[in-house]
Each structure stands twice: as C-alpha cells, then as structure tokens.
Write a protein that binds this ligand. Structure first.
Ligand SMILES: Cc1cc2nc3c(=O)[nH]c(=O)nc-3n(C[C@H](O)[C@H](O)[C@H](O)COP(=O)(O)OP(=O)(O)OC[C@H]3O[C@@H](n4cnc5c(N)ncnc54)[C@H](O)[C@@H]3O)c2cc1C
Length: 572
C-alpha cells in the first residue's frame, strides 16, 4: 500500500465528470451485474453542471425507416470533412438508437412525440434527414435530470465540487491508477485510487473572448490526459457556434441561441440589412454547417458590416411569431430575460467558442493509449473530425460514456490495485499550492489576455503570423503564472481555482496553436487565411500531440478511410 498522509478513497472505477458521458458510464458500469465500486468526482454539483444539461436542440439518431446508418455516417463525415476516425463515427451512429431507447425505457427520459406516438425528430444543419430527437428546446435538462436520478437510485458514490487536478501513475509507471482530487469546498486534497479511470470533464473552449460552455469547464480533462502522456488528436479543431447571444456589458455574452432556429428557417442579416448567407452559401444559406456560418458572420463583422456591438442579427420572426413562441419557448424566454423579443424582432448574435472536436485519442471501447485510462465525450477526439454536426455532441457523450462504462466494468474484474506513486502526489500538491498566499501578479489580466489573444489569433480565422504570436503570448503568460499570487486560504478559494483553470487552458491553447500551425490548409472549423483552400492531396491526415520528457511532440498519420472514401460521395 502506498504511504501518503492524505485521505485515500479506493474504488474500482473512477469517473471524472458527471455530464452525459460520466452519468451513462456510471449507469452502465453499475448495471453490468458485477460487484464493483464506482466513484464519480465532479467539479460542479451532480445534475447541475457541465454542458449536457445545457443541450438545447437535441440528439441525432437514426430512428425513422426512411433514414439509415449510412446517411447519418455520411453526413457526419461530410461535416467532419473526412478527417473523422471512421470507426468511432460508425460506432456513434450505430449505437445511438439503442442509447436513445435505453434512455426512454430504462432511465425515464421522455422526448417530444408525433401525433402517432412515435418520437418527433426535427431538422438540424448539415443533415440529409430530420433526425434530431428533442424535448422542446431544452433537451439536456430532461436527459441530465433523469440520468442523475438513476445514479442516485443505485449504489454509486459521488463527490460534488471535487475537481481532478492530475492523473496518477502507479509506482512502476505502467498504468494510470486514479487521480489527485481537490475538494473545492474544504480546500483539501484526496487521492482517488482506482483500478481504472474515465476522463469525461467535457472539454470546453472557455479560453476565448466569447464562449458558450458552462463556467465549470476549463478543458481540465484534456490537459490532464496530455500531461499524463496520452495521445491527443485534432487539437486544432475548435468549433465556433454561429449564434451566441450578445448582451452588451454582460459576461453571459456568448451563451447560445440554438441551431434549431436556423434549421427551422431563421435568417441572418448584417447591420446593412443584407441576408449575407445568400453570398456565402447560396444553396443552403443559414442551414450551412456551423463552420461556414460562423466564418461568414465573422467576416461580415470584420468587414465593418456588423452592429456597434460587433454582432450580426438573427431574425426568427420570419417564421411567424406564434411558431417561434410555440417551438422555441426556452430561446424566447432567454432573450426576454435580457429584454429582447426573439419572436418579433431581430436579435444580435456573434460566433462563440463552443466545442473541441479534438481530445484524447480513443479506440471504439473508449480506451486511450495509456493503460487503465479511458476518455469519453468532449474530452475524447476523433469522432467529429474537422467539424461536429449539431446534435452529434450529446449522442457522442451518452454513446461513448455507456461504452466506456461497459468496458471498464469488464476490465476491473481480477485486476490488482497497483500502488500509486506518493512522490508524484507530493509534487502535484506542491505545484498546485504554489500561488496560495504568495505576493504577486493579479491573475485576471492574464486570463483576459489569453482570451483576447486566442480570439484574435487562434480563433475563427488564423494565419502563420498570428499563430506564432498567439504561441508567444501563451509562453509569456505561462511565465507570468509563476509570479501570480492568490490571497486567502484554500477553502472555497475562487481565484485559486481560476489559477488552476488557467494553467490547464494554457496547455490546451498551446496544443491548439501548435496543431493549427501544422495544418497548412483550411478544413472545417480550421480556417487559414494564408492557406484558404482545402488540400485533400496533402492533408487527409490527423495531427497528434503527445508529451514526452516534458516536451510537446507533434506528428501526423493519414486518415484511415476504411469505411467510406471521399470520392464515393463526391466529396472534394
Ligand atoms: C449551450 C450549449 C448547447 C448545446 N446544445 C447541444 C445540442 O443541442 N445537441 C448536441 O448534440 N450537443 C449540444 N451541445 C454540446 C454538448 O453539450 C456536449 O457535446 C456534451 O454535452 C458533452 O458531454 P460531456 O459529458 O462530455 O461533458 P459535460 O456534459 O460538459 O460534463 C462535464 C462534467 O465534467 C465536470 N468537470 C469539469 N472539470 C472537471 C474536473 N477537473 N474534475 C472533475 N469534474 C470536472 C463538469 O462539472 C461536468 O459535470 C451544446 C453545448 C452547449 C454549451
């Protein structure tokens, strides 16, 4: 047994995060019929944090007889511009129907119905068939509330407001054996010592000027996996959602108006009153994929055709106010809270940082390249390639969370609990506590500097010069982080937690920048103004990042086109 003077909780399965991925993993592991201990540690409060709860539009799944796995798969690859991991994308589309049925019949979720009793499915951008299952326009609340209730009903332990700080290696450095956790409320550390660990902290590109994900997310899981030595993939691919609500002077700016609005017929205008998507995507206009619409809006704003608040305008009233009130009550209410009338008036919106397509490289069981370590949901990469389709995010997290739960339940049986490395634990604590009580720089100007630099140089439009400047800024900020002082005790210390967040965000920003430099073309969410064209000849490949001997190593491999080739569906 390892010696360390901290509380140690032993468990078979450790789950870091309690979104769609974490809850489905816990339920699947608990229902595997084996006597195993499961522990969830989540930074927020179970059932209340993360982005799965914020899901508005819905869940992509093939249910209708006229739809097919092949169509959903092909849409997902087209959206992802063919750099998706095809085995993961196929797993997503083929397991999603059983997951949605399980959520209804076993976990008690209830989705909107057609008059004949079948599940209603609505249109979403980039889809060849209306396949988005939903509960009004606030689908995530239904999913996460019901899944949380199921977790409370089972023999699953959980720790609210406990954040994972770092993954732990066993003494021999052969496998991951849990995580060092900070109890945020008490300001105390504990070791969650586990036979197998799932990272599903929900990614979250919250290191941009405008962002949509929940504030409890700071790309922690991605940073943890990277620092532990996991192989990361597609880190240059950050999705910007086209319609973040702009509320002047409010730090809620960036929060989403859902994609279903554009799917149903809402239109976008610049400040001159031009419906600019007619120029950028004449066929599909506002129903183009997110990357296209975000870039178009950004270009209009940069060309001085935005509003005084740096936004464009969404007009939902063209669908008829009654239709909007009836079909998008959550969005109408959200706008009303800020004094905007979505059903009758144009409302200011801007692209907003939304989702990481990149993350830890996993196999179809959710296993990473590190023994004992799984990843699922937004912390894992590869499923969505260069661009995620709206509605494929929550299906990803629930599908792969469940798969990982099954796989972990199988893996732990008969496995020894290898001792963790107490020296590693001591070192992590030393580094984490460094700014506490130190006299020094104020943290928040540094966070602001990163958000602005990332927005301008690591965001929707990139070029070599900007990327190099962004990486330089990251380096400078990292040095300044060593001089930041955080006042107060460790007990519920928000600035200290923000310092820990920024440390992770800097690592992840660097991965984005290094990967973006390597991809000298434009594809999906990654647009290089110095290489504005897609280059299938050279770049049908993925970039991978790994930390070796403390250094970031980047390399590439060709995409494995084992199920569908671009030419088979005329993709150029
Ligand atoms: C506003 C909004 C609307 C969206 N709408 C849709 C939609 O309509 N359809 C769709 O498919 N997708 C949508 N998405 C994307 C979707 O929410 C995500 O793809 C999906 O929910 C991610 O699930 P997850 O389980 O990976 O992470 P999350 O659900 O975000 O859960 C992450 C969990 O990890 C916890 N956590 C974070 N850091 C730590 C840490 N250090 N230690 C321990 N725990 C930690 C969090 O507290 C949380 O419990 C939307 C996203 C947003 C922001």
């Amino acid at each position: 047994m390892s010696k360390v003077s901290l509380p140690v909780i032993q468990t078979d399965i450790l789950i870091l995060g309690a979104g769609g991925a974490g809850l489905c993993a816990a339920l699947h592991a608990a229902d595997a019929g084996k006597k195993i201990k499961i522990l969830i540690a989540t930074k927020a409060i179970i059932g209340k944090g993360g982005c799965s709860r914020m899901v508005q539009g819905g869940y992509n799944v093939v249910l209708h007889p006229d739809d097919s796995f092949e169509k959903h798969f092909s849409d997902t690859l087209k959206g992802g511009q063919f750099i998706n991991n095809q085995d993961l994308a196929w797993e997503l589309v083929t397991v999603a129907p059983e997951r949605i049925k399980e959520m209804e019949t076993k976990f008690g979720c209830f989705f909107d119905r057609n008059p004949d009793g079948t599940i209603h499915q609505k249109p979403f951008a980039g889809q060849s068939f209306d396949r988005t299952v939903h509960k009004g326009d606030l689908t995530g609340i239904e999913i996460i509330s019901r899944l949380s209730e199921q977790v409370f009903n089972r023999d699953i332990d959980y720790l609210d407001e406990h954040r994972a700080l770092e993954l732990l290696w066993d003494k021999g450095g052969t496998r991951i054996v849990g995580a060092l956790i900070l109890d945020v409320g008490r300001g105390e550390f504990l070791v969650a010592h586990a036979r197998t660990t799932l990272v599903c902290t929900g990614g979250g590109p919250t290191m941009y000027k405008l962002f949509a994900p929940s504030l409890d997310k700071s790309a922690d899981g991605i940073a943890l996996c990277y620092r532990a030595g996991a192989e990361m993939v597609d880190m240059e691919m950050v999705q910007f959602h086209p319609t973040g609500l702009i509320v002047k002077g409010s730090n809620t700016s960036g929060t989403l108006l859902e994609e279903g609005l554009r799917g149903a017929g809402a239109q976008l205008f610049n400040a001159l009153g031009e419906r600019f998507m007619e120029r950028y995507a004449p066929d599909v206009k506002e129903r183009a994929t997110r990357d296209v619409v975000s870039r178009s809006s950004f270009m209009e704003i940069m060309a001085g055709k935005g509003t005084a608040n740096g936004a464009v305008l969404i007009d939902a009233s063209v669908m008829g106010p009654e239709f909007v009130e009836k079909n998008f009550p959550g969005m109408v209410e959200r706008c009303r809270d800020y004094g905007f009338d979505l059903a009758h008036q144009r409302v200011e919106v801007s692209p907003t940082a939304h989702f990481f397509m990149g993350g830890a490289q996993i196999d179809t069981r959710g296993h990473t390249n590190l023994e004992g370590l799984y990843a699922a949901g937004e912390d894992a990469g590869g499923v969505h390639g260069a661009n995620r389709l709206g509605g494929n995010g929550i299906s990803d997290s629930t599908v792969f969370g469940g798969i990982a739960g099954d796989a972990m339940a199988n893996e732990v049986i008969g496995r020894e609990l290898a001792p963790f490395d107490a020296h590693q634990v001591a070192e992590i604590i030393k580094q984490a506590e460094a700014p506490l009580g130190r006299e020094g720089l104020d943290l928040y100007p540094l966070r602001e500097a990163l958000r602005l630099s990332n927005w301008e140089k690591l965001g929707i439009i990139r070029d070599e010069k900007g990327l190099r400047e962004a990486l330089q800024t990251i380096q400078e900020l990292r040095e300044k982080m060593e001089q930041v002082g955080v006042p107060g005790s460790p007990v519920f210390n928000i600035p200290w937690n923000d310092w820990l967040n920024l440390r992770n965000q800097l690592d992840v920003s660097e991965m984005i920048g290094q990967s973006a430099l390597e991809r000298k073309e434009s594809r999906g969410a990654h647009y290089r103004s110095d290489f504005p064209k897609k280059n299938n000849g050279e770049y049908l490949k993925n970039f991978f990042i790994k930390r070796e001997k403390g250094k970031m190593k980047i390399y590439d491999r060709p995409v494995v086109l084992n199920r569908l080739k671009p030419e088979e569906i005329g993709f150029e």
